[in-house]
Write a protein that binds this ligand. Structure first.
Ligand code: NZQ
Ligand code: ZN
Length: 387
């Protein structure tokens, strides 16, 4: 097991009705800016619950943060924060709203041009961001309990990530009741995103970190078992709760401690969202199978372990089990109506691999993956395999 440090300061308030408690989590006298997305919170009762809980605070709101949070929109929020001397942020939404809020938390405390936080040489935010809490409305990204975020800039076709230890939410409310109003395609996205988060931290080489491996496998199995229940028309509170907690646990830092991690699927996937606007989770389902087949030699033992422990495939050689594991993963995505080829989403895809190779070369991303060994040319091959 590799050396590690682990600190996750986010307080979780899990369960029905917990939104009412946020009043106690925010310091008295705080000047709050609530940040939200396109308005789903006004239709499902979450907005009213928040207003009621914060009736005694000085309270402002900023709506309209789009999916794949857009830099230009967030800059308007930043201006507002400075004009009104806001000192506490409250994200009410999915990963996009929470990520946008983290960017604002950092940008509000940053002296230079805000986009620098997402570009070289900074790309991380040192120091403490403006304090913020979150009310999660879409289980998927794990952003509610980690300190990373991803921002898009349509003007330049970029989608870049950043983060820093001072950007953990102070608290996050996880009320499974919010799952009631989520459209099924977004639930499928959430399952696929969380599932791939586990894979990025697991599908490397066998490790001696037994507990992390077993927790990772448990999250994968729990997501597989919960998926059909949360995709059903009838709402199932316990299934929604399990789904929600799996998504949070998949990316709150726990399973990545003491092991090597990959994250190349996300790096390539983010490019597909930047070029074509494909939902984040679907880009991962496009890239992951090709990534595992392209890197079969270095990953086959772990793929075989995944096949055995997660899918009960016990027959055959290491190679046969490993390939069977990849096929099971594809079948699982298909069972959620998530397609796994770029050509399923985009007609004019032929120059995508070349674009990815060029972008990675220009950004000096010369070594991706757990061994930092994947060159832009390797990314070209993987993206081309996913057509
Ligand atoms: O905008 P509103 O009206 O809220 O509607 C949203 C949006 O249209 C809707 N929605 C959310 N909760 C709902 C709901 N609709 C009905 N009822 C509810 N309860 O769902 C749509 C998608 O929301 P979004 O926040 O964009 O989805 P998601 O949570 O999947 O977030 C995706 C973003 O997170 C980034 C992605 O790259 C992408 O930009 N990621 C962030 C990570 C992190 N911070 O750790 C890691 C991930 O790998 C990912 O990269
Ligand atoms: Zn993701």
């Amino acid at each position: 097991m590799l050396n590690f440090e682990f600190k996750n300061p986010t307080k979780i308030l899990f369960g029905k009705g917990e939104i009412a408690k946020i009043e106690k989590e925010i310091p008295e006298g705080a000047k709050i800016l609530m940040i939200y997305g396109g308005g789903s919170i006004k239709n499902n009762g979450v907005y009213d619950q928040v207003r009621k809980a914060l009736a005694d605070f000085e309270f402002y709101e900023f709506g309209g943060v789009p999916a794949n949070p857009e830099y230009e929109v967030l800059i308007n929020a930043l201006t507002f924060i400075k004009e009104k001397n806001i000192n506490y942020l409250l994200a009410v939404g999915g990963g996009s709203v929470i990520d946008g809020t983290k960017f604002l938390s950092a940008a509000a405390q940053y002296e230079g041009e805000p986009w620098e936080i997402l570009k070289k040489p900074v790309r991380t935010f040192e120091g403490q961001g403006m304090p913020f809490g979150t009310i999660l409305t879409l289980p998927a990204t794990g952003s509610e309990m980690n300190s990373g975020y991803v921002i898009s800039r349509r003007e330049t076709n970029e989608k870049l990530s950043s983060g820093g230890p001072g950007l953990f939410p102070q608290f996050s409310v996880l009320d499974p009741e919010v799952v009631r109003s989520i459209p099924k395609n977004q639930i499928a996205n959430g399952i696929t995103d969380a599932y791939t988060h586990v894979l990025e931290q697991y599908m490397t080489a066998p490790s001696s970190a037994d507990l992390q491996e077993r927790i990772a496998e448990s999250i994968l199995i729990s997501l597989q078992q919960t998926a059909p229940k949360v995709m059903e028309e009838d709402f199932d509170y316990d299934a929604a709760g399990n789904f929600m907690w799996c998504c949070t646990m998949a990316l709150n830092g726990l399973i990545q401690k003491g092991v090597i991690t990959d994250w190349a699927v996300h790096a390539m996937g983010h490019e597909l969202t930047a070029y074509y606007g494909i939902d984040h989770a679907r880009t991962l389902a496009i890239i992951a199978p090709s990534h595992y087949r392209y890197n079969f030699e270095t990953k086959k033992e772990k793929l075989a372990q995944y096949a055995e422990r997660v899918w009960n495939i016990t027959e055959g050689s290491v190679e046969e089990k490993a390939e069977a594991g990849i096929r099971k993963m594809e079948d699982f995505f298909h069972s959620l109506h998530i397609q796994t080829r770029l050509s399923d989403y985009v007609e004019d895809y032929q120059n995508t691999a070349e674009r990815v190779k060029k972008a990675f070369t220009e950004r000096n991303w010369l070594g991706l993956g757990e061994y930092k060994a994947l060159s832009p040319e390797d990314a070209y091959q993987i993206v081309e395999m996913s057509y």
